[in-house]
Design a protein around this ligand. Structure first.
Ligand SMILES: Nc1nc2c(c(=O)[nH]1)N[C@H]1C(S)=C(S)[C@@H](COP(=O)(O)OP(=O)(O)OC[C@H]3O[C@@H](n4cnc5c(=O)[nH]c(N)nc54)[C@H](O)[C@@H]3O)O[C@H]1N2
Ligand SMILES: Nc1nc2c(c(=O)[nH]1)N[C@H]1C(S)=C(S)[C@@H](COP(=O)(O)OP(=O)(O)OC[C@H]3O[C@@H](n4cnc5c(=O)[nH]c(N)nc54)[C@H](O)[C@@H]3O)O[C@H]1N2
Ligand SMILES: [Mo]
Length: 817
């Protein structure tokens, strides 16, 4: 087996294939801690939790410790491949900095204690507040990184037992817009497409999605198509020269925040040139006239002026999309976290509806997820959604869920809309939420306008519970810290972006007294003595598998039907795509192939919102508009962002990710190979801006917005002039001050999805100190690839095994384009 430096070559060896062929297998393995394969005591089935791709893998265990991972060849998602985070990220499990005992605040200091003491404090405060103020005093803010069983339990505890409206996940920051866009267009959440569409597509369109860095294995699938016969054409919409942009046939680099203008220009062309499947539109959609009217006066020239993209390029994009026979599109944070997020994401759905590109091999669409288990947060209803894609505004859905839970339906709060994350923090700031339980997320680094978030979390009037693996920036501010067990240390299931459900089995014991999140939530429920209608303990389940079985009953007959899946069926083979039930025992590759949607008034998850104002539609309006439950073509006009570059802040600041780090780095920052590949914050500046400002590669600069400041080394790269980019990974647990991108971001959100705007702010930049020739600490293999060819390339130092391909033969270069 040849070895590859998987830090220097994150996508590994090419295994080219042609349209309609099966993606070849390539099994990637990495064993650390000086272990060799014959020393591995057991390989335990799991999947990756450092992105939403769902790469299936087996965990290597030696003497009770995790020592490595190996991709699962039999899985439909990755066919054995692993990305650098998959290969090296597990090392964080073994970190000596893991929390091993509960902590409580005594005289201002966090001190170690036992579980009884910690839980009794949580329970006592809950009861006091429920007596004094009621459920409105209590809030939960969870994650996209726990397991399905844990979210379902939390949803039952929060919405069912306590009856609070104040429950959301960090999925609000992540994929709230994906959910909203799917509800707006198709009546219900649920990804229409499948990863296998990449095997068939002749055009791939990636909107604000740096797939190469954020779903690295899926990108390897694309690269393998590009290296094979009859490759697809690729469209990339991103203001930076990402690896996706470099591989694309057409790269549009709009100014951040102008996606709706761009999409309307494209839709104008599609309609003007009549690249529309009228039969499909007529049979399966409503809203065509309104959409056509909206974009009629929005030709590419108008879009060009707003987006700063030549009109000719916009026409080329329309030509590419309009001539595709099998169009596959993905959308992610460049749309979801940008201005007019839902309105923009919906226009991508519109392209597919106009062209009838849904539910056939290669004709598909993924409003991507980001976090590994974000799909489950939404499905289970541990965010603002109602369990199993039920509709908050449909009384029958509430009654139905109450019957599943065997509780009185009046216990489920449905008098006002669920409180979204930013509003939860606002209520905590104002003092009406007085108890906040944060699990599996680190808002002191990941929420916008950090100075304000810190002041909220520090408030005396707020009782803060933090459940995490490490003493994060957020945990430091808690009243009670609960040490959680994580992936590899607990059993459960989770679902990736293309609806593939994987089982992740417990491989090793958690460190010290750390406990699975499921056990912690259930322990709380028992101590609170929650009961169902028959006086039985509620939730009625007691371990992962009984939670999963209970969840299945909640999904019966809903779009995300899990009733045909069991833990046993998930063992051994590939993950399974929901819906999976009696009618579809093998699961379902693609939704909506029959042109039927979950949009009928009685079944839909939402009656929709106005895309511009976010105002909710009433049931009667929805019934009048869409009585037969067709897909909905929803139009939106472009509006300028609230904060535009200009005056003292002439640059558009955007933020995001790099391939080697995950979020606030609690895991990747503790995996040496990954951390060394991207050890410190940097800021990306274009060549022309750098020249004008007299800034050179590696110079120390100050970047400031009206809200805060970051100090960083400058990386001069292929970003669009006028735009600055900061990775948001760097907080304060292992570094100095003024380095978190969210010191600068704005406290504003999309009116429809309520997702915060992390991608648009106005900023200025100035030189602080010349770098003396030392380059910025940014990777060179990624979007941050330097213009200066003399900067040394990123190397791994440690070599990971990358299996050779089984089909094909010989080493291939990806097509140079
Ligand atoms: N390596 C790595 N992988 C990850 C993660 C990670 O932290 N690290 N996190 C996971 C999670 S939770 C998520 S949500 C996903 C996110 O995955 P992505 O969405 O792919 O990642 P981002 O870097 O946030 O943003 C994508 C791109 O949006 C572009 N962009 C910025 N503003 C605009 C705009 O206004 N319009 C357009 N068209 N583009 C714009 C940026 O230049 C950036 O390249 O990644 C997942 N995978
Ligand atoms: N400026 C800017 N800000 C952003 C973004 C951006 O692009 N730009 N992206 C946003 C997006 S898409 C996301 S998803 C968020 C991510 O933001 P966060 O969710 O705050 O980031 P993480 O570092 O993933 O935090 C997860 C926490 O959960 C802990 N954890 C991991 N596994 C477990 C477990 O099994 N149990 C428990 N209890 N804890 C666990 C980890 O140690 C970590 O502290 O950031 C958002 N913030
Ligand atoms: Mo995310």
């Amino acid at each position: 087996m040849p070895s590859k430096d998987r830090i220097a070559e994150p996508w590994g060896t090419r295994t080219p294939y042609g349209p309609g062929e099966e993606w070849p297998t390539r099994v990637d393995t990495y064993l650390g801690d000086g272990s060799s394969p014959d020393q591995v005591d057991a390989w335990v089935q799991s999947a990756s939790i450092l992105h939403s791709n769902g790469d299936a893998l087996d965990i290597a265990v030696r003497e009770g410790r995790i020592v490595g991972v190996r991709g699962r060849a039999e899985d439909r998602v990755n066919r054995g491949r692993l990305d650098p985070k998959d290969l090296f990220g597990w090392q964080a499990n073994n970190s000596r900095e893991r929390l091993t005992r509960p902590l409580v605040r005594e005289n201002g200091e966090l001190v170690e204690t036992d579980w009884d003491t910690a839980m009794e404090r949580v329970v006592r405060r809950s009861k006091e507040l429920l007596d004094e103020q009621g459920a409105s005093a209590i809030g939960f803010y969870t994650s996209g990184q726990l397991f399905l069983e844990e979210y379902y339990t939390l949803a039952a505890v929060g919405h069912g037992a306590i009856g609070t409206n104040h429950m959301d996940g960090n999925t609000r920051l992540c994929t709230a817009t994906a959910a909203a866009a799917l509800k707006e267009s198709f009546g219900c959440d649920g990804q229409p497409g499948s990863y296998a569409d990449i095997d068939h597509a002749d055009v791939l369109a990636l909107y604000g999605h740096n797939m190469a860095e954020t779903q690295t294995v899926l990108w390897a699938r694309v690269l393998d198509r590009l290296a094979g016969p009859e490759p697809p054409r690729v469209l990339c919409v991103d203001p930076r020269a990402t690896p996706v942009a470099r591989a694309a046939d057409l790269h549009l680099a709009p100014l951040p925040g102008t996606n709706v203008a761009l999409m309307n220009g494209i839709l104008h062309e599609l309609i003007r040139r009549d690249m529309v499947d009228h039969e499909y539109v007529e049979s399966h959609t409503v809203g065509y006239e309104e959409l056509a009217r909206q974009v009629r006066d929005h030709p590419p020239e108008t879009a060009a002026e707003i987006c700063g993209v030549p009109a000719a390029r916009i026409r080329e994009a329309a030509e590419m999309l309009g001539s595709a026979e099998r169009l596959f599109s993905t959308v992610l944070q460049g749309f979801y976290q940008s201005h007019q997020a839902t309105a923009a994401a919906v226009q991508v759905n519109n392209v597919h509806l106009l062209r009838g590109m849904l539910g056939r091999p290669g004709a598909g669409l993924l409003q991507m997820n980001g976090q590994p288990t974000a799909e489950n947060t939404r499905e289970c209803g541990a965010d603002g959604d109602l369990t199993a894609f039920r509709n908050w505004n449909n009384d029958e859905h509430i009654t139905d869920l109450a019957a599943v839970w065997n509780i009185d339906h009046m216990r489920i709060p449905h008098y006002t809309p669920p409180t979204h994350a930013m509003q939860i923090f606002r209520y905590a700031e104002k003092g009406s939420i007085r108890f906040l339980w944060i699990s599996g997320t680190n808002p002191a680094v990941s929420l916008p306008e950090l100075a304000r978030i810190r002041s909220v979390l520090e408030k005396e009037s707020l009782f803060l519970v933090v459940q995490d693996l490490f003493l994060t920036e957020t945990a430091e501010l808690a009243d009670v810290v609960l040490p959680a067990a994580t992936w590899g240390e607990k059993t459960g299931t989770f679902t990736n972006s293309d609806r593939t459900v994987h089982l992740s089995e417990k491989a090793v014991e958690p460190p010290g007294e750390a406990r699975p999140d499921l056990d912690i939530f259930l322990d709380y429920a028992r101590r609170m003595d929650f009961r169902d209608k028959d006086g039985n303990p509620f939730p009625q389940w007691h371990d992962p598998e009984s939670a999963f079985e209970a969840w299945k009953r909640a999904t019966e007959g809903r779009p995300c039907d899990y009733t045909g899946i069991t833990y046993d069926r998930l063992r051994g083979g590939s993950g399974i795509q929901w819906p999976c039930n009696e009618d579809r025992p093998e699961g379902t590759e693609r939704l909506y192939g029959d042109g039927r949607f979950w949009a009928a008034p009685d079944v839909c998850e939402s009656y929709g919102r106005d895309l511009v104002t976010g105002a909710p539609m009433e049931e009667v309006e929805y019934r009048a508009m869409n009585p037969e439950g067709k897909a909905i073509l929803r139009a939106a006009e472009y509006l300028p962002p609230h904060e535009e570059p200009g005056g003292d802040y002439p640059f558009a600041l955007t933020t995001g990710r790099t391939l080697y780090q995950f979020h606030t780095r609690t895991k990747t920052g503790r995996a040496p190979q990954l951390n060394e590949a991207a050890p410190e914050v940097w800021v990306e500046v274009s060549g022309s801006d750098a020249e004008e400002l007299g800034i050179g590669e590696g110079d120390l600069v100050e970047v400031a917005s009206p809200r805060g400041v970051v100090h960083a080394r400058a990386r001069i790269c292929g970003i669009r002039p006028g735009v600055l980019f900061l990775p948001f990974h760097y907080g304060y647990w292992d570094g100095g001050h003024d380095r978190a991108a969210n010191e600068m971001t704005v406290n504003d959100w999309d009116p429809v999805s309520k997702q915060p705007l992390f991608k648009t702010a106005a900023a200025r930049i100035r030189l602080l100190e010349a770098g003396g020739g030392t380059p910025a600490p940014a990777p060179t293999t990624t979007a941050s690839r330097p213009l200066d060819a003399r900067v040394p390339r990123t190397r791994g130092g440690v070599r990971a095994e990358a299996g050779e391909h089984i089909a094909g033969g010989g080493e291939w270069e990806s097509r140079s384009r």
